[in-house]
Design a protein around this ligand. Structure first.
Ligand code: EPZ
Length: 426
């Protein structure tokens, strides 16, 4: 079978023009899961054309949900009748976000079965927080082979404290609690913008959720009554895509307007860019990133839960720091296995020292050289595209399904701002 690859020829020519940001994978996937709580039609807009959306729709359809495309970036989903409780193994074990479908299916069907959810390999990524939450709400778990089956005749509200902050953990418990009997309180909840956005959509459909976007979320369950259709879920712009485009401009130089984004969701990355000598001006839904002179190093970039510096931008920002004049420390605090991508960068000519599994020291400036590489995961995959775009010579990037999982036709948009990039089926 032919596997597509990206061909990139690097350059130091300044980038120019404007580039549009698409809807966020990590917003739409949770929005699609929410359709399972609704009787009636739900409209979705600003949908990115990415592999993970297609896989999630296939999962929903296998449960009996009907999906209707309403043209470019729009669709209607109707989950009034669902007839299954098993999440398709081939999809669920490739996609971590599949776990957010489990709670709604459990609430609707009294049971749900799924494999250990896969996805990008960033470390262990256990599911104990989900298991603790569902158990607290009265579900029992048994293993069928290596799959989990949770069952509960009636889900009851519970007081749940997350011992660590989890994005999908918060979303999954919020989605589960909506149809439960009684009130659920989630403590030490994640604050990512996708969470209040999901809560706003659920509330517009008749749910009663208070506090989303703060560490304590209270959900008054409907006691099994499905929410009403009619609301629209407008996918948030992808803050990680926007931040990665900004990283590309910072690393290569030039002046680019990044449109259809929300700079408020990127306050810390923007501040870091300014700190190292990049000019960033922002409007309500755009930002202009300009870099002409030398880049300065920075003491530390430390990943943190929102509103801190996002772990998903750690690899793209590591590429910028290879071009700064001095040494910069990057400290990954969320995942324990997310820095392995540096081996490939060092093979390109970067000078990055791993201090321990959580910290790297990036020494710059270094001239990168294009080579044949494989995309390790969605976010580091795009970071490799950035590295290739500033390197000397040609890069062939394989394994780009991982990039297509989260970014829509990336080469077409990057070409418009001056990156020499193409896709080949080889
Ligand atoms: C979400 O993953 C995103 N994925 C990730 O984006 C993102 O990197 C991450 O949040 C952090 O922002 C989706 O939204 C689909 P976590 P998630 O649970 O929810 C540990 C991408 O490329 N943990 O907030 O899985 C976990 O191992 C991806 O789009 C437990 O210990 O991340 C990590 O150390 C990559 N037990 C920490 O919590 C659990 O039960 C935070 O992870 C759950 C998580």
């Amino acid at each position: 079978m032919a596997h597509p690859t990206l061909f990139i020829t690097g350059s130091s020519k300044p980038l120019h023009g404007s580039i549009e940001v698409r809807g966020a994978k990590n917003d739409i996937l949770k929005g699609l899961a929410a359709s399972l709580l609704v009787s009636g039609k739900v409209a979705y807009t600003n949908i990115p054309h990415i592999e993970d959306v297609d896989r999630t729709l296939e999962l929903l359809e296998s449960l009996g949900v009907s999906v209707h495309s309403d043209g470019a970036r729009k669709m209607t989903v109707d989950a009034s009748h669902i007839n299954g409780h098993i999440l398709r193994r081939d999809i669920a074990e490739q996609m971590r976000a599949s776990i957010v479908l489990a709670g709604p299916v459990l609430a609707r069907k009294g049971r749900v079965r799924f494999p250990f959810p896969g996805g990008c390999v960033l470390g262990k990524r256990p599911i104990d927080l989900f298991m603790n939450g569902w158990r607290a709400m009265g579900a029992r778990v048994r293993m069928i082979g290596d799959e989990y089956e949770f069952s509960a005749r009636k889900l009851k509200g519970a007081d749940i404290t997350f011992y660590k902050v989890s994005v999908t953990g918060t979303e999954a418990m919020m989605l589960t609690a909506v149809l439960a009997h009684g009130t659920t309180v989630l403590r030490n909840a994640a604050l990512e913008p996708e969470i209040p956005h999901l809560a706003d959509f659920l509330n517009a459909s008749g749910a009663r959720i208070v506090g989303a976007g703060t560490p304590t979320i209270t959900i008054e369950g409907t006691g099994g009554q499905l929410l009403k259709g009619g609301a629209t879920f407008e996918t948030l712009p992808d803050r990680i895509e926007a931040g990665s485009f900004a990283a590309l401009v910072a690393a290569r130089g030039g002046k680019v307007k990044i449109t259809h984004c929300n700079p408020e969701h990127l306050a810390v990355p923007i501040e870091i860019l300014r700190e190292i000598g990049v000019r960033v001006t922002t409007g309500k839904d755009f930002m202009i990133v300009e870099r002409a002179g030398k880049l300065k190093p920075i003491d530390i970039i430390k990943t943190r839960e929102y509103p801190g510096f996002p772990t998903d931008l750690q690899a793209p920002f590591a590429i910028i720091m290879t071009q700064a004049h001095g040494a910069s420390l990057i400290f990954e605090t969320i995942f324990e296995g997310r820095m392995v991508f540096i081996d490939d960068l060092n093979r390109m000519g970067a000078y990055i020292t791993m201090c321990d599994p959580h910290r790297i020291l990036v020494n710059g400036p270094t001239e990168l050289q294009g080579r044949r590489m494989e995309s390790p995961d969605i976010r580091a995959g795009l970071a490799f595209v950035i590295a290739a775009a500033i390197a000397k010579g040609h890069t062939i990037l394989e394994g780009i399904y991982k990039i297509d999982r989260g970014y829509e036709k990336i080469e077409q948009r990057l070409r418009r701002i001056g990156v020499d990039i193409g896709r080949k089926k080889s």
